[in-house]
Write a protein that binds this ligand. Sequence first.
Ligand code: PT1
Length: 283
Amino acid sequence: MAILKCASRNLDLSTTQVMGILNVTPDSFSDGGSLFVKEQLSTDALLSAATEMVEQGASILDIGGESTRPNAQLVTEQQEMDRVLPALELLVKNLDVVVSIDSSNAALMTEAAKLGAGMLNDVRALERQGALAAAAATGLPVCLMHMQGTPQTMQQAPAYQSVKAEVMEYLSARAQLCEQAGIEAEKIILDPGFGFGKTLEQNLQLLQHTPAFVASGYPVLIGTSRKSMFGQLLARDVGDRLAAGLASVAYAVMHGAAIVRVHDVKETVDVVRVIEAVKGQGE
Ligand code: PT1
């Protein structure tokens, strides 16, 4: 599992990699569309936010043009492409970093790979029409995430017999389909999908069982940054969930998560480095 080949760049997954979140949506849950000026994406704001994340130690930047938080607005595929592709071009041209595309849209995956994307991240685990074939044709690594329901309905009544077993079974089945479609096992990343059709307790159980996901042999990505699970647990607003997110990152890194997807890169990199330093000591 050591090296993840992301087009022209390699990521060393023997230590946890930090993925910085760049939302190119005007309605992001955590930053309220801070990269937008009068409904227009500001390329200056995007490039400076991205540059800062890379300087702070992010090795992957994840660009998303569809908000997938609970009750998010729907976007058309064309709208999503119009948001993401110019942002991708800007980052590829200016920064030495793996750019990940947070999308379920097959046409966008294909175009993004041509423009230099290094990874695909799909909260629908390549279930949309054409997505599996499109992703396989790019040769890029894919992150498969579990979701129960859709962003519009997923938090209404999440229900599982066993959340850990069901999420693991789903991800294993999707990974198997990916391998059958020609995606190398080494390029498949699994993500339990924190906040995607899960209660607080279900989210906590999934995090508790990080070792079971890591034991699958596939690299594991976790995305808990600023999510409402911490609002529920601690009664903190979205802007006040940094320590909570860092605690979850520490737990996940302790147990072998390969990638953590976060808004707060600088603080997360410190946590990752401390945990890795502790893990790296001999007797
Ligand atoms: C994630 C993720 C993602 N999360 C991956 N991609 C989002 N691979 C977007 C809340 O409860 O975890 N993994 N892409 C953002 N989605 C949410 C979901 C944001 C829930 C907020 C919440 O607050």
